[in-house]
Write a new protein. Structure first.
Length: 148
């Protein structure tokens, strides 16, 4: 079967079903990988306990399972504003976190990871990164200025 014959959404769901069986709680491994990749992130999250970290990762997984980010307009506007303005999160941190999830799942799934999964995760993470970028407050300001 060709990669495109199965939708990105189906591939994402299929990979997560395997991960649920094989990987257990990915949260500690994801944050460990993320802190290695993204200077400054561990300092931002050092006071944040595993429950809040877990809830944040649940939301990220929900977004990764979402096909259409136009339905998440309000949510993304709220979270990106809070993250940038109240928690001092910078843009490059989102990509590092999403890529950490991708890597930990790929490694956890091991030999059952397929080219179709790789293709789907690449597409989905690109789409989510773009949606985050479009909802970041600094992007909104740039749009506002260019319209004047
Ligand atoms: C798609 C990306 C992200 C989503 C959807 C997201 C979502 C969330 C949510 C829902 C919470 C609140 C959890 C709760 O208290 O119930 C949270 C908290 C937090 N997030 Fe994120 N997050 C994202 C990326 C990031 C990144 C890249 C950082 C960088 C370090 C970050 C830093 C924080 C911090 C520091 C808190 C805790 C704030 C506090 O309780 O004082 N987040 N996030």
């Amino acid at each position: 079967m060709s990669i495109q014959a199965v939708s990105v959404q189906d591939q994402i769901i299929a990979s997560l079903e395997i991960a649920a069986e094989k990987c257990g709680d990915i949260s500690p491994a994801v944050y460990e990988r993320y802190f290695e990749k993204s200077p400054g992130s561990e300092e931002l999250m050092v006071q944040i306990d595993h429950l809040v970290r877990g809830k944040m990762l649940d939301e990220i997984m929900r977004l990764l399972m979402t096909e259409d980010y136009s339905m998440e307009d309000e949510y993304l506007t709220f979270e990106m504003k809070t993250h940038e303005e109240a928690y001092s999160v910078i843009k490059s941190m989102y990509g590092s976190l999403l890529h950490s999830v991708w890597e930990i799942l790929r490694e956890g799934i091991g030999g059952e990871w397929t080219d179709g999964f790789e293709y789907a995760w690449d597409k989905r993470i690109q789409a989510l990164e773009l949606a985050i970028e479009n909802h970041s407050p600094s992007h909104q300001i740039m749009l506002g200025e260019s319209n004047e």
